[in-house]
Design a protein around this ligand. Sequence first.
Ligand SMILES: Nc1ncnc2c1ncn2[C@@H]1O[C@H](COP(=O)(O)OP(=O)(O)O)[C@@H](O)[C@H]1O
Ligand SMILES: O=P(O)(O)OC[C@H]1O[C@](O)(COP(=O)(O)O)[C@@H](O)[C@@H]1O
Length: 329
Amino acid sequence: MRIGVLCSGGDAPGMNACLRSVVRAATSDGHEVIGIRRGYQGLIDEDFFAGGADSGCMSARSVSHILERGGTVLHSSRCQAFTTPQGLQTAAAALRRNGIDALIPIGGDGTFRGAVALGKVWSGQIIGCPATIDNDLVGTDLTIGFATAVATAVDCIDKLRDTAESHERMFLVEVMGRNSGHLALATALAGSAEIACVPEVNVDADSIAKHVRELRSLGKQSIIIVVAEGDEQGGAVALNQKLAQAGCPYGTRTVILGHVQRGGSPSPPDRILATRLGDFAVRSLAAGATGMMAGDSAGRCRLVTLAETFATHKPLPEHEVELLERMSC
Ligand SMILES: Nc1ncnc2c1ncn2[C@@H]1O[C@H](COP(=O)(O)OP(=O)(O)O)[C@@H](O)[C@H]1O
Ligand SMILES: O=P(O)(O)OC[C@H]1O[C@](O)(COP(=O)(O)O)[C@@H](O)[C@@H]1O
């Protein structure tokens, strides 16, 4: 087989580890790998790693020492053209012209929506690998990059707690996650935050302010509220204003962590997950699978249809929501 591989959408720590795994698993089994740069935009432009499909496929050596690197050496993009019928046809023609039999897109839900659309105009095999800090894909316990992003955010919160305690302040820390609260909830639990505001659970500002006042009366010197960017309160700044109006007993500061959560070297669990899923994607292609995502469930690799991964909202672990509330006393 000649396998194309690309990284698409928001980058995530571990994309390089997944790419390395795809290349090494495929070349070990005698397949060729074409690295496509800049996601679907690079596919449309026929922008290939090492200068072009004819000038060289990726080799085991071309992915040396990238496992530990953040970002993606293939680069990524958000590509509007690919969402149009014309863009999809151009991409399909590029795949045919370069003799690519199968594609492994590494990315999130948008990337998989694109893969499903591509599958309607191109007859090659497609197996996706889930990589996004949002952990918002159904069909895999964890996405590549999530654990590292949580660790990065927790490291920031540990530092914010030091200054919050010194000044007896409340910090509202906004984390990414798009319309999903997985990153916020895991960050709050691991960072010993008192409160997490997530899109999946609606709580009004008056109730949050009441809870904060209770915590103050219990002797809390500092408060950390983790706010998911997609929360219905409108983010950390908007919530801070509402809490001030509702009566907040602390001096407050807001921090938006932003893209710092996307960077950095992948944690060992992300490196291992990425390596397992990249290898499994190649083996699944060889077994004839297509239109699927390589996911992980309770430590075992599994295939789910790409369409399933984004059809429904991935629910938060309910027990973790309750656990956070029980710890906030
Ligand atoms: N419905 C769609 N049809 C075709 N392509 C899509 C569709 N949705 C997303 N894409 C492509 O996938 C890319 C990555 O999606 P995006 O949502 O930006 O990131 P992620 O894959 O991380 O969720 C988009 O920039 C676009 O090119
Ligand atoms: O990098 P951009 O374009 O500002 O996008 C920010 C978005 O990308 C993410 O970091 C990752 O989301 P995706 O993996 O779905 O691309 C979101 O958490 C955030 O909302």
